[in-house]
Design a protein around this ligand. Structure first.
Ligand SMILES: NC(=O)c1ccc[n+]([C@@H]2O[C@H](COP(=O)([O-])OP(=O)(O)OC[C@H]3O[C@@H](n4cnc5c(N)ncnc54)[C@H](O)[C@@H]3O)[C@@H](O)[C@H]2O)c1
Length: 385
């Protein structure tokens, strides 16, 4: 099909994710020309008129507004993209669903399950296409891991472990809240590393290894008080700075997860490893063009971990980019997500993760926080289809 149907995008936010998504909308038609929908950068919204106009100019949006309600109500906009702090996701998504818009929402879906459930109901009631940007599924090496696992090469799975380590909040002088530091303010973020970092690890883990049934967790808030950017006063820090949990998966395997913003020297060390009866896989975001694989079936004298450079045209997504052997990077995961979303409009198959699937990740996050505060095992109630 030729690229003839235009999809007017209304993007809310002008920060990190707004840039990543804008880049993806601009690139997708060039690299996935077979898809019959073409995103148009129609309107961008942010609270500062000066900033939003500059963003619109830089990225090529036709219009800019400072009130997201105007964007959601604009009849010319087909799809609303939510790239704002977590406390705004629910209100915007429900307003957009009520107007019949398609919705692409950043992760985590919301701050809590209670907030996320009406969002799922709203998009399903409205029958609008929806997806949540858990973009790591679309790193080619992670998609390849999924193919390898689904092919049965690992056999029975025993262990899944994942880390997401950073170090940017160690200083007690760092304030909380406000435009740049909303992640440290529990009212904006909902939680700390659990919703921000572990949500990614949990989404990937359940996609690769199935549902998580119960969890036992501990969290820590190392810096108990920080000055709030908006009030100017010292306020209690309500987020988790670090979180460790272990869990059972529905398939009987054991999981171990850790996330922190206090691992000096680590900027975004997202890694996972999965150990099966016949083979194991290991992945590292900072070496994302590679997937490590150990196959116990190899001849014993040459048996060992192999490092697969995921850059050949028969590996996921790669045939849309360059020649075999050269690399792609972080921004491509968002292009892949947009491509899959647009394809889903053609096929009618939902683009995963939908709001409903992202709700399952939210259930694990809530169970983790509840377990940490009650110091007990908590059932997640996850239904992973
Ligand atoms: N998929 C990923 O890997 C990933 C990575 C980073 C962030 N995120 C998620 O994306 C979302 C945004 O994060 P970010 O890093 O882009 O944050 P950011 O701080 O860089 O940008 C947030 C933007 O929201 C705007 N904003 C805030 N309140 C607003 C309002 N009332 N109306 C309009 N605009 C408003 C701000 O002006 C800013 O432009 C969060 O939910 C976050 O969890 C996902």
């Amino acid at each position: 099909m030729s690229a003839t149907k235009q999809l007017n995008i209304g993007l809310i936010g002008t920060g990190f994710m707004a840039r990543a998504h804008s880049n993806a909308y601009k690139r997708v038609g060039d690299f996935f020309p077979e898809i019959g929908y073409r995103p148009i950068l129609h309107t961008v919204c942010s609270r500062s008129d000066e900033k939003v106009r500059a963003f619109a100019r830089q990225w090529g949006y036709k219009n800019s507004v400072t009130d997201w309600k105007l964007l959601v109500e604009d009849p010319d906009i087909d799809a609303v993209d939510i790239c704002v702090p977590n406390d705004l996701h629910a209100e915007i998504a429900m307003a957009a669903a009520a107007k019949g818009k398609m919705i692409l929402c950043e992760k985590p879906l919301a701050r809590t399950v209670a907030e996320a459930e009406p969002m799922v109901a709203a998009v399903e009631r409205a029958g609008v296409p929806n997806t949540v940007w858990y973009n790591y599924r679309r790193v080619p090496s992670v998609t390849l891991a999924k193919q390898v696992i689904d092919s049965g090469k690992l056999g029975r799975i025993f262990h899944y472990r994942a880390n997401f380590l950073q170090d940017w909040t160690i200083s007690p002088e760092l304030p909380q809240g406000g435009e740049a530091l909303w992640r440290l303010d529990v009212h904006s973020a909902g939680s700390g590393v659990t919703g921000d970092l572990l949500a990614h690890c949990i989404d990937t883990a359940m996609w690769l290894n199935g549902g998580i049934s119960d969890v036992s967790a501990m969290t820590e808030t190392f810096i108990k008080e920080r000055k709030h950017q908006e009030s100017g006063k010292m306020e209690t820090v309500g987020i988790d700075d670090a979180c460790i949990f272990h869990c059972h998966f529905d398939n009987g395997s054991l999981g171990l997860f850790e996330a922190t913003r206090y691992a000096r020297g680590q900027k975004a060390l997202y890694t996972f490893e999965i150990n099966g009866e016949k083979a194991s896989l290991r992945w590292d975001l900072q070496d994302q063009n590679r997937l490590e694989y150990f196959d116990h079936g190899d001849e014993s004298i040459v048996r060992g971990w192999r490092s697969i450079h995921v850059s050949d045209s028969d590996q996921p997504y790669i045939d849309h980019w360059w020649i075999p052997g050269v690399c792609i990077g972080y921004e491509h995961t968002f292009v892949h997500h947009v491509a899959d979303f647009l394809k889903s409009l053609e096929t009618g198959e939902p683009c995963q993760p939908t709001f409903r699937q992202a709700l399952e990740t939210q259930k694990v996050c809530d169970a983790v926080l509840e377990s940490a505060s009650s110091r007990s095992w908590v059932d997640t109630e996850v239904e992973w289809g």
